[in-house]
Design a protein around this ligand. Sequence first.
Ligand SMILES: CNc1nc2c(CCc3ccc(C(F)(F)F)cc3)c3[nH]c(N)nc(=O)c3cc2[nH]1
Ligand SMILES: [Zn+2]
Length: 376
Amino acid sequence: MTKPAVTYELIKTCKQTGARLGIVHTPHGSIETPAFMPVGTQATVKTMSPEELKEMGAGIILSNTYHLWLRPGNDIIKEAGGLHKFMNWDRPILTDSGGFQVFSLSQFRKIEEEGVHFRNHLNGDKLFLSPEKAMEIQNDLGSDIMMAFDECPPFPATYEYMLDSVDRTTRWAKRCKEAHARPEDQALFGIVQGGEFEELRKRSAEALVELDLPGYAIGGLSVGEPKDIMNRMLEYTTPLLPENKPRYLMGVGSPDSLVDGAIRGVDMFDCVLPTRIARNGTLMTSEGRLVVKNAKFARDFGPLDPNCDCYTCKNYSRAYIRHLIRTDETFGIRLTTYHNLHFLLNLMEQVRQAIREDRLGDFREEFFEKYGFNKP
Ligand SMILES: CNc1nc2c(CCc3ccc(C(F)(F)F)cc3)c3[nH]c(N)nc(=O)c3cc2[nH]1
Ligand SMILES: [Zn+2]
């Protein structure tokens, strides 16, 4: 049995909560967990350079099979020597399998046992994606962590629909494992589905754990379900996953959800939120959300966040950034993106420190109070 490309080292479990401190080792380096992973859909974390991402402490970034397959094409990226070389990022990369993007981007689609027929969201061409095709694309991209090709059903969905979908996602995961060309270089993570139904989450988790994959994601959440359903599914599902492997909660990144996910034993998070809201000038600050275009900041020459030591907060004022965002200056989006990513990466460092000190429960109270999240 060859050594898996990705391994998880459990450092300690927080005595106050179910949170765990760990390290995910990959062929392109190691990341401390719980970790937030910036999203770089089209082989770039929008407006950020690799040097700036390293400067702010980003250990691993995400990219996407579906988008890169369409543009520029996995063949071009393969010819460039893979995604790391193509985008000049020498740390770990995780790629999603395209399943979610097909369901969220393409209104027309037909799911069959073989795979999914749908239309190119850019030009309407007919396309087909299968477990084998998704693995071929991720193999060409050369990502350190590849996600299995799954179906992320909409919320809500009936029990019958979800049962049928879970079993197909399991069969697709088996086909991904069989199609996996270089398990010594790339890790294939399974994705647990099952919606809001405990017994289907159990059915999905047990079948995927059977495949003995190097890591597992909890999928099918953060798709519009109420927060208490997400937390209930997390509480039920994480204990079903192996303690010695990473757990990735897909699509979750609001600050409160990161903390609550870590408390429930999640190791890895992604979210487009920090970069997306940055583009319209919405900032995550230690005192809560701030919309910098607001007229009240026109003569505010203080930093976006007085408790932040990032490049943006050390060198530029709310008034200046407000001006750049209102005049649609690209530099403004770079400054707000830098701050939001730094805020979430810094939040995860505080979460890791709280786990080291066995006080993540206390940290949650303090943070929710300061940030203004309503009490549970
Ligand atoms: C927003 N909520 C959400 N996002 C979800 C995602 C996408 C995660 C993702 C990965 C990479 C990128 C990239 F931009 F970096 F490329 C962007 C987003 C899911 N992905 C899969 N495969 N199964 C799921 O069941 C699932 C559930 C998800 N809920
Ligand atoms: Zn800042």
